[in-house]
Design a protein around this ligand. Sequence first.
Ligand code: COA
Length: 328
Amino acid sequence: MKKAGIIGIGSYVPDRVVTNLDLEKMVDTTDEWIKTRTGISLRRIGPENACTSDMGAEAARKALEHARLSPENIDLIIVASASPDMIFPSTACIIQSKIGASNAAAFDIQAGCTGFVYALTCAVQFIVSGMYKNILVVGAEMLSRITDWEDRNTCVLFGDGAGAVVISEVEEGGILSSYLGADGTGADLLILPAGGSKEPASIDTVAKRRHFIQMNGNEVFKFAVRILEEAARKATEKANLSMNDVDYIVPHQANIRIIDAAVKRLKFPREQLVMNLDRYGNMSSASIPVALDEAYRDKRIKRGDIVLLVGFGAGLTWGANLLEWSID
Ligand code: COA
């Protein structure tokens, strides 16, 4: 059976930094509260004249360059985003046009903050089946556009950014296992209610701020701790490995207390966690690929390392990919 793996990676975050002190001027919060309750100090916010596909295209170009492929070599683009440019066309089609990947099919995946894990898992199936050779997987988010900047419960959590990988057949290593799950009975816990067919945009939906993220923080918190542990265990078991074999976990960067509680249950060493939450906040589908890119660039993750990506988020959804890093 063919093996699929990451052969190129890149990421992009906007220049503008928003500090907790900046947020103190906007809502009733404090730097101390945000740091201790979430672990976040800074986040990046995209420029007014940009949108999700601009950041995704930027990350995609870097991943292509790293993989030494030209855009024409890409057969498929899968974009994971909870903050797409628009309902349709897909952000994947817009990125296809922006980078000139004229031979690629393109579609979006909506799986909340698990989007990148879902998209990567999907890409692997196209490679191992032999249908496609080179697939671009992008996690891109401009969450600042769908964040309610008057709601202190949510606005302190999110940030903008994008990460991308190229998936192709590899000889050694690659994706060893994938595990996905969903529970739609928890759909209301993390939701952007209006703007779709259920609640089309109206003066009323705008006045009631229903075009912004709404969240039941406590319930999502409990779900996330439980499911992070479960997804990590399921993916490692599927590959016939144990947590002791894992060199690094790259978790979805939602809240430091969620991650601390889950890795404690997993008895996994904290120093082997890849984190960037303090600098970027929660970038949804972009959190995992940006963190992975940074850990590779600063030479923490090296060829042969066993790396576990674990995501969880709106849907509710969750999932994990276990991989053996196969690039120098
Ligand atoms: N600044 C100051 N106080 C805040 C605040 C803020 N930014 N946000 C909430 N509070 C207040 C609440 O209003 C509440 O006040 P009250 O007791 O007077 O009602 C108090 O802090 C405690 O709220 P609570 O919800 O119990 O806090 P918490 O410790 O659970 O932390 C979250 C809140 C949102 C940080 C936490 O629940 C969380 O991270 N949940 C998961 C969110 C997430 O990761 N979502 C994305 C998943 S992909």
